[in-house]
Design a protein around this ligand. Structure first.
Ligand code: SAH
Length: 221
């Protein structure tokens, strides 16, 4: 397993990461805490060694089980709009590479992350870097169900394209909470920012266009 052995974070990697941060700033990311978190995490640890340089391009990239590690800009954008505070309880749908989960944990959040693909769930379990983030709790399950036992959550982040906003995820959001979710069919989705006010009323803002892998129903072996 390429993921199981620690890798080095050299000056070259750090330099490439600095350039990535500059790119994210140019694209409009302003929250210094988000940028600091991205700067603190060696994204090349999440990719096969053959693609190390690609890790610092602002692009999504294939990982195990036909899935992708999200584009750094997308991670930064969603994280900024979630207004993460230290000790926030965050529900993430779609652990994937766990990169997004690490960014949230680096900012001090406790992350409850669900992955529906057993192969990917097990693979990430062997990833040496996750030992640095005991505040990431991983679950093998179906994101449409959320995690009732641990609800409610301050924030919810869905990192797969949802055909609609799952009702259970709305229920599991705290009053005053924020959810980021890309909604739409394969290929193109609208990013939605959903807020639940103190009285439990739901407000929805439609933001830009994004492209995620689909949020599928049920678990996969
Ligand atoms: N957050 C990830 C991006 C993962 S890509 C990262 O930072 O790398 C989307 C992930 O969502 C895939 O791993 C896919 O298997 C998972 N997924 C799709 N539908 C799901 C569902 N219903 N429940 C949980 N995970 C799901």
């Amino acid at each position: 397993m390429l993921h199981s052995k620690p890798k080095e974070d050299t000056y070259l990697h750090k330099g490439l990461r600095k350039n990535l941060i500059d790119t994210l700033k140019k694209k409009g990311i302003k929250d210094a805490r988000v940028l600091d978190a991205i700067n603190a995490i060696p994204r090349h640890f999440f990719l096969d060694p053959a693609f190390e340089r690609k890790a610092y391009e602002d692009r999504a990239f294939p990982i195990a089980a036909g899935q992708t590690i999200s584009q750094p800009y997308t991670v930064a954008y969603m994280t900024e709009l979630l207004e993460i505070k230290k000790f926030d309880k965050v529900l993430e749908i779609g652990t994937g590479s766990a990169y997004q989960a690490c960014v949230l944990a680096e900012m001090g959040a406790t992350v409850y992350s669900i992955e529906r693909q057993k192969e990917l769930y097990d693979y990430i379990g062997k990833f040496f870097f996750l030992k640095n983030y005991p505040s990431i709790k991983r679950f093998y399950g179906d994101g449409y169900q959320g995690l009732k036992t641990y609800a409610p959550f301050d924030k919810v982040i869905v990192t797969a394209a949802a055909p609609y906003v799952p009702e259970k995820l709305i229920e599991q959001l705290k009053p005053g909470g924020i959810m980021m979710i890309p909604v739409g069919s394969d290929g193109a989705q609208k990013m939605l920012r959903i807020t639940k006010d103190k009285d439990g009323n739901i407000h929805e803002e439609e933001l830009g266009d994004f492209s995620f892998v689909p949020m599928l129903g049920g678990k996969e072996q």
